[in-house]
Design a protein around this ligand. Structure first.
Ligand SMILES: CC(=O)N[C@H]1[C@@H](OP(=O)(O)OP(=O)(O)OC[C@H]2O[C@@H](n3ccc(=O)[nH]c3=O)[C@H](O)[C@@H]2O)O[C@H](CO)[C@@H](O)[C@@H]1O
Ligand SMILES: C=C(OP(=O)(O)O)C(=O)O
Length: 429
C-alpha cells in the first residue's frame, strides 16, 4: 500500500501549474470510441483514472499512447466486448462506456461502476435517459446490459429529476448519434460538459446549449475527430492549491486557471479574507492574515462544488468563530472528519451538518484518505500540522491529482510517497 509522508509546518512559495480537468478527461476518453478516426487529447492529467481508462480501451482493441500530457487513441479497430468488473470498478466514470458503446454499437454490456464512497450514487437518471432514447436496460448479475431497438436509438425530450453531471454526459454520448433531436432539460451546467460538447462538435456532432440547463442535440450518424482537443484546466485541482496556498503559503502563484469556473469558490475565499490577485489565467495568493469563518452549502455548478468542500476545510480551521458546511449533493461526504479530529481539529458532524471551530494547531499523525477529496483535505492539513503526517490509501489522491508530489515539491513542501509492502489494502484502492 502506498502512503504519503508529510513533514508539516513548512511555508510554501513559488508557482504551480494546474493540469487538465480530471472530470473532463474521464468523459472525453470513453467518448473517443464514438469517432471513426484517431483522436488526440492534449493537457491530459497524469492520474491513475487515465491509466485505468486506457486499460479498458485496450480490452476493446482500442490502442492508446500517453506521453507528455498528449494522449493518442485509435478507435478504428474497436471490437465490441463486454466490459466486466475489475478496471470498470476502479473508477466512477467507467459508466460513460454505457452511453458511448450504445451510441457506437447500439448495445453495451458494462459492469456497474465503482469509484469513491461518498454516499449513495444511483444511476437511475442515466437509465431513464437511455430508455427515453429507445434502449432496453437490464441489470444482469451486476452488469448493465443495454440494447437499442433494431432501427437504432431515436431522439427524445428528457427532463432530469435532479441535476446530474454523469446523466447529462451519458445521455449526450448516447444521443449524439441517435436519429432526430434530443432535448435534455434540467441538464447539469458544469464546464466539463461544455468541454465534452466542444470536443464532440469538432468531430461533427451538433450539440447546442451546453453550459445551460437545456441542451439540444441533433443526431449525426458518424463522428470523425480531426483536431487535437485541449482539455480545460481542472477547477477542483486549482481550488485545492488555492486553499493550500491560503493556508500555508508565503506567496503562491497558481497558473493555468479559468477563474470564472471558480467564481463561487473565490467568493468564499474573499469572504474569509484571503487576498488574491486574479490574473487572466493565474491567481496569486498572498500570505493570509486573520481569517473570518464562513458557512458553505454545496450546490450544482455554478454553486460551491461538493468536490471543494473538503479541500477548503483545513483553511477554515485557521479562521476564528464557528463554521458550517452542508453538502447537499453528498450529505454523507464526511469521512474526513474523524481523521481531522485525530489531528486535533475541533470538528463534528450533526445531522449531516459539519460544524467546525478554530484550531490553534494541528498535530501530525497517521490518517486515512477514504476518498479523493478527503485525501486532498488531509494533505493540506498535513502540510499545516506540526510533525509528521502519514496518509494511508493515498491511491485515492493519485487517481485524480496530476503529478501531485512533483507539484508539492515545486512549492517547497517536504513530502514523499512510500511503499508499505506489509500493509493491507482495504477501502477500495
Ligand atoms: C467523474 C465526475 O465527473 N464526477 C463528478 C460528478 O459525479 P456524478 O456525475 O456521479 O454526480 P452527479 O452529478 O450525477 O450527482 C449529483 C447528485 O445527483 C444524484 N443522482 C445522480 C444520478 C442519478 O441517476 N441519480 C441521482 O440521484 C447523486 O446521488 C448526487 O446526489 O459530479 C459530482 C457532483 O458535482 C462530483 O462530485 C464528481 O466529482
Ligand atoms: C467524487 C469524485 O470523483 P468520481 O466521480 O470520479 O468518484 C471527485 O472527483 O471528487
Amino acid at each position: 500500500m502506498k502512503k504519503m509522508l508529510i513533514h508539516g509546518g513548512k511555508k510554501l512559495s513559488g508557482s504551480v501549474v494546474i493540469g487538465g480537468a480530471k472530470n473532463s478527461t474521464v468523459a472525453l476518453i470513453p467518448a473517443a470510441i464514438l469517432s471513426r478516426t484517431p483522436v488526440t487529447l492534449d493537457s491530459v492529467p497524469q492520474i491513475q483514472d487515465v491509466y485505468n481508462l486506457m486499460d479498458i480501451l485496450e480490452a476493446m482493441n482500442v490502442h492508446s499512447t500517453f506521453e507528455d500530457c498528449v494522449l493518442h487513441i485509435d478507435p478504428t479497430q474497436i471490437k465490441e466486448v463486454p466490459l466486466p468488473e475489475g478496471k470498470i470498478k476502479s473508477l466512477r466514470a467507467s459508466y460513460y462506456f454505457m452511453g458511448a458503446l450504445l451510441g457506437r454499437f447500439g448495445s453495451a454490456n458494462v459492469a456497474l461502476p465503482g469509484g469513491d464512497d461518498i454516499g449513495p450514487r444511483p444511476i437511475d437518471q442515466h437509465i431513464k435517459g437511455f430508455e427515453a432514447l429507445g434502449a432496453t436496460v437490464t441489470n444482469e448479475h451486476g452488469a448493465m446490459v443495454l440494447h437499442a431497438p433494431k432501427e437504432g436509438l431515436h431522439g427524445a425530450r428528457i427532463y432530469l429529476d435532479m441535476v446530474s453531471v454523469g446523466a447529462t454526459i451519458n445521455i449526450i454520448l448516447a444521443a449524439v448519434t441517435a436519429k432526430g433531436q434530443t432535448i435534455l432539460e434540467n441538464a447539469a451546467k458544469e464546464p466539463e460538459i461544455i468541454d465534452l460538447a466542444t470536443y464532440l462538435n469538432n468531430m461533427g456532432a451538433t450539440i447546442r446549449g451546453a453550459g445551460t440547463d437545456v441542451i439540444r442535440i441533433e443526431g449525426t450518424p458518424e463522428l470523425h475527430a480531426q483536431n487535437t482537443h485541449t482539455i480545460i484546466p481542472d477547477r477542483i485541482e486549482a481550488g485545492t492549491y488555492l486553499s493550500m496556498a491560503a493556508a500555508m503559503g508565503d506567496g503562491v502563484n497558481v497558473k493555468n486557471i479559468i477563474s470564472e469556473h471558480l467564481d463561487s469558490f473565490l467568493a468564499k475565499l474573499e469572504e474569509m479574507g484571503v487576498v488574491m490577485d486574479v490574473g487572466e489565467d493565474s491567481i496569486f495568493v498572498y500570505p493570509s492574515g486573520d481569517l473570518r469563518m464562513v458557512q458553505i452549502k454545496t450546490m450544482p455548478y455554478p454553486g460551491f462544488a461538493t468536490d471543494l468542500q473538503q479541500p477548503i476545510t483545513p483553511l477554515m480551521l485557521k479562521a476564528q468563530g464557528e463554521g458550517i458546511i452542508v453538502d447537499t449533493l453528498y450529505p454523507k461526504r464526511v469521512r474526513h472528519v474523524p481523521e481531522l479530529i485525530r489531528m486535533g481539529a475541533d470538528i463534528t458532524v450533526e445531522n449531516d451538518v459539519i460544524i467546525l471551530h478554530h484550531a490553534d494547531k494541528l498535530q501530525g499523525t497517521e490518517v486515512a484518505a477514504t476518498e479523493i477529496r478527503g485525501g486532498a483535505c488531509l494533505m493540506i492539513a498535513g502540510l499545516m500540522a506540526e510533525g509528521d503526517t502519514t496518509i494511508t490509501h493515498v491511491g485515492h489522491i493519485l487517481r485524480g491529482y496530476d503529478r501531485v508530489i512533483q507539484k508539492l515539491h515545486g512549492l517547497g513542501a517536504d513530502v514523499e510517497i512510500i511503499d508499505d509492502v506489509d500493509a493491507d489494502e482495504p477501502m477500495n484502492v
